[in-house]
Design a protein around this ligand. Structure first.
Ligand SMILES: CC(C)=CCC/C(C)=C(\C)COP(=O)(O)OP(=O)(O)O
Length: 397
């Protein structure tokens, strides 16, 4: 059963949006709420619940928060990542995660993806990521549809960009991404070239996986949602190219350049599927609204900085040049690795708080679908952090 609410359209004016932002502005000291403010389930016909300021979580919530803080600091000691301002995961259903993971690994095997390394894929447990990040469906097929896309996107990164043991070579990156894009958005060639082209597409497991993932997703996504995903993945590929360019010329980006990069080389393609998985489609125009775009891209960057923080150990073990926010900050600001991590956490937290404030305001004034989507993005952030803190992809050392 759905864990995010179905909601009726609110009637709200601009002053309400300002009020939300003002109220949330006083919450700086609190742990991130589990549910995005202004999107909490409520009985039909009652007023939109606005956050009630510093005491909004209530006294029992304060006790829970204290327990969580203790657990959080234990985790910080184990992972080396300080506590982040991020919602908790909304659910943990290991059996559901395992079902999705088993089926995902079978699909990867059929596609020829990660041949000889499927044990590592299984251990990374991307099925668990989907289960944690999309708490508003219990349907393994829907979760699997999103999981296939995520794994194909990850594989594009591993095979072509940053894992030399998977054969990545910077000088091949552009041509491989060009072909990969054709797997997502078919190239329509004149008839005499079509069968040869078909063979070209089938000759590489990443292309096979991308095409298969999109094909399966089409069972759940309308054409606007599919076009949205193609756009986000095309932008992701631009980010892969940017990183390749840095790597090939030994360029260390500035912090500004890196942060803009992490907006495009990011988990936005995963976040873009929140409403596909939930089955509450957002219109193309609401998704493209600049205010929604600003909030959602900030969430995407924050979720990706979580990856930077939790994957530092794995990246230190890599033989190639690796980019992450702490490394870029340490270089530019001439500070210690520990200070760079702290500053990265501050940046992450600011992005999450900005998302919280702006998304809550948008939720008050937007459609029920938008409210559901924004609440889903918040839940996605919580699931993403939870997965990173435990996945063997990052915690294997
Ligand atoms: C699932 C998806 C959209 C992945 C694409 C982008 C990507 C691989 C990341 C945002 C993770 O960054 P990174 O390249 O550092 O990945 P790993 O840390 O190697 O998992």
């Amino acid at each position: 059963m759905s864990q995010l609410s179905r909601m009726t359209a609110p009637t709200a004016r601009h002053h309400t949006a300002r009020l939300v932002a003002g109220l949330l502005g006083h919450r700086q000291e609190h742990a991130a709420p589990k549910v995005l403010p202004a999107t909490a389930p409520r009985p039909a016909g009652t007023a939109t619940p606005l956050p009630t300021g510093p005491t909004g979580l209530g006294t029992s919530a304060a006790r829970i928060a204290a327990k969580k803080a203790a657990a959080g600091s234990a985790e910080a000691r184990a992972t080396g990542v300080p506590e982040l301002y991020c919602p908790p995961a909304m659910r943990d259903d290991p059996a559901l995660g395992q079902e999705v993971n088993d089926r995902l690994v079978s699909w990867a095997e059929e596609a020829g993806l990660y041949a000889g390394r499927l044990d590592r894929v299984r251990a990374a447990d991307f099925g668990r990521l989907m289960m944690l990040a999309h708490p508003d469906t219990d349907d393994p097929d829907r979760l699997l549809a999103a999981a296939r896309c995520a794994l194909a996107e990850w594989a594009t990164d591993d095979y072509y960009c940053d894992d030399e043991t998977m054969g990545s070579r910077t000088e091949l990156l552009g041509s491989q991404l060009g072909l990969a894009h054709a797997a997502l958005d078919p190239a329509h060639l004149p008839a005499r070239y079509a069968s040869g082209w078909e063979a070209d597409l089938g000759a590489d497991p990443v292309r096979v996986a991308l095409r298969s993932a999109l094909h399966h997703l089409a069972g759940y996504a309308d054409s606007a949602q599919l076009a949205r995903l193609r756009h986000e993945v095309a932008v992701l590929f631009v980010g892969y190219g940017q990183e390749g360019s840095w790597r090939s010329r030994g360029h260390m980006p500035t912090v500004r350049e890196y942060l803009a990069h992490r907006q495009i080389n990011s988990f936005l393609p995963c976040i873009a599927l929140v409403d596909v998985v939930s089955g509450h489609p957002l219109t193309a125009s609401e998704y493209a609204d600049p205010r929604v775009r600003r909030a959602v891209t900030m969430a995407g960057t924050a979720g990706t900085l979580v990856n930077d923080l939790y994957s530092m150990t794995k990246e230190h073990q890599s033989s190639g040049v690796e980019f992450n926010l702490p490394t870029v900050i340490a270089e530019e600001e001439r500070c210690s690795p520990g200070e760079a991590v702290e500053r990265s956490v501050e940046i992450h937290d600011e992005l999450v708080r900005t998302y919280e404030t702006e998304a809550a305001a948008l939720a008050v004034t937007g459609s029920p679908q938008l409210r559901h989507f924004l609440a889903g993005v918040w839940a996605w952030l919580g699931g993403n952090r939870e997965w990173h803190s435990g996945s063997l992809r990052y915690n294997d050392a």
